[in-house]
Design a protein around this ligand. Structure first.
Ligand SMILES: Cc1ncc(COP(=O)(O)O)c(C=O)c1O
Length: 422
């Protein structure tokens, strides 16, 4: 029992855990099917002239207590709505986080702006306000903060920086439905725009989809135009005022998303309850630090920061051992910071031109070398371990995870294990 499964021992767990790719790990059911059936019977599947998309928009805005919501096709599109509404000039800069889905960065590049990566807090992987502040220039147009894994980014501090420099603050809430900010308000309402994803793996889903929220009527109007080819449909005139995409959500997606929205609070509550059980079980395990803000966390993933010296190994060594025990984990969340992906590190952009990282239009030639964000690189390479999470985890599922953590800890820190690793 004590021998690690990766060394031939018996795994703690052989049955799969509920996951977002299985019916057991999703809250999709007969209500969503009925809502879809109604849309199909109506004969109207597209957003133009439909009822489901506007209903979703007003329900989501009301849910978040804001004046405006705009639906679109993905979380990436939602972020593009926000960037598009700001209309940066080529070479303008947008500061964001190096640990995130690439969907945070794509809209910046698609709009010919330059992504600038600030470093993160080594204890959380979330943007460090001081690092952001130091990178603001006269070309900066926005900051995109990422509520990574569902933990709250320091929005009050970032909003103060944004206010001082007169730039926009966009919150990437793709992983952070109902995350609570330090002031008790929901993530997505502390900056100028909050962006959400309805992709398959998210807390609620319609397969793919996105939503933005804002209290700013001007931004809302520009985002709506951007999602619909710059076409001011409410005027009745067929004309195009500004650059836009076709990012229109369909009635089918909206019908499913509306039902899913009604389940969101329970989804987040279930994730928090299970996460608190694991955090309690791991308390006191040397070198293994679970999150300490679980009442405010959306727990899209359960993040752990290791101290490799006390935990007996790095995140990669831990992940290998835990996976062999049947526990769904990933070392680092990403394999590398987003700025080291070939698209940026090798400038695979716009026919190999490197545009807009070239000067001009950028104020200086922009490169993203290794070592750019040391805290992010340390988290990804050595200390961050994420446990995949789901609202359907039972107490016994969580207890299996805790048992596996204790087993791996005991083995990796035992003196028997040490010589083999030297
Ligand atoms: C933090 C973050 N931002 C943006 C996105 C992009 O969302 P989508 O996949 O819906 O385009 C995701 C989705 O994985 C995400 O996790």
């Amino acid at each position: 029992m004590n021998q690690l499964a990766m060394h031939g021992g018996t795994p703690v767990r052989t049955a799969p855990f509920p996951s977002a790719m299985d019916p057991e790990g999703r809250t999709l059911g007969t209500e969503e099917a009925a809502a879809l059936g109604e849309v199909i019977s109506s004969g109207r599947l597209g957003a133009s002239g439909g009822t489901q998309v506007p209903a979703l928009e007003s329900e989501f805005a009301e849910y978040y207590g804001v004046a405006h919501a705009v639906a679109c096709t993905s979380g990436t599109a939602a972020l593009h709505l926000a960037v598009g509404a700001l209309d940066p000039a080529p070479g303008d800069e947008i500061i964001t986080a190096p640990i995130t889905d690439f969907g945070t960065v794509i809209p910046i590049l698609a709009h010919n702006a330059v992504p600038v990566f600030a470093d993160v807090d080594p204890g959380t992987g979330i943007l460090d306000p001081a690092s952001v502040d130091a990178l603001v220039t006269d070309r900066t147009r926005a900051i995109i903060a990422v509520h990574l894994t569902g933990a709250a980014a320091p929005i009050a501090e970032l909003a103060e920086i944004a206010r001082r420099h007169d730039v926009a603050l966009i919150e990437d809430c793709a992983q952070a439905y109902l995350t609570e900010l330090a002031d008790g308000k929901p993530a997505g309402t502390g900056g100028h725009v909050g962006c959400f994803s309805l992709q398959q793996y998210k807390h609620i889903t319609c397969g793919d989809g996105g939503l933005v929220i804002t209290s700013d009527a001007g931004l809302a109007a520009r985002m709506r135009l951007f999602a619909d080819k710059g076409w001011p449909r409410h005027t009745g005139e067929r004309t195009h005022l500004s650059l836009g995409m076709n990012y229109r959500m369909t009635e089918l997606q909206a019908a499913v998303a509306r039902v899913q929205l009604g389940k969101l609070a329970d989804v987040v509550a279930g994730r928090r309850t299970a996460a608190k059980r694991l955090a309690a079980a791991l308390a006191g395990l040397p070198g293994v630090r679970p999150p300490d803000d679980l009442d405010r966390h959306a727990v899209w993933l359960f993040p752990i920061v290791l101290d490799p010296a006390l935990a007996g190994g790095t995140n990669t060594e831990w992940a290998k051992a835990l996976e062999a025990e049947g526990i769904p984990v990933s070392a680092g969340y990403l394999s590398r910071p987003v700025y080291r992906y070939p698209v940026l590190a090798e400038r695979n952009l716009y026919g190999g031109s490197g545009f807009p990282l070239t000067s001009p239009p950028a104020s200086e030639e922009r490169h993203y070398p290794e070592g750019l964000c040391p805290n992010a690189e340390e988290l990804i390479g050595r200390t961050l371990l994420v446990v995949h999470w789901n609202e359907a985890y039972t107490e016994s599922d969580v207890d299996d995870i805790a048992t596996a953590f204790r087993k791996v800890h005991a083995a990796l820190t035992s003196t028997d294990e040490k010589p083999a690793r030297v």
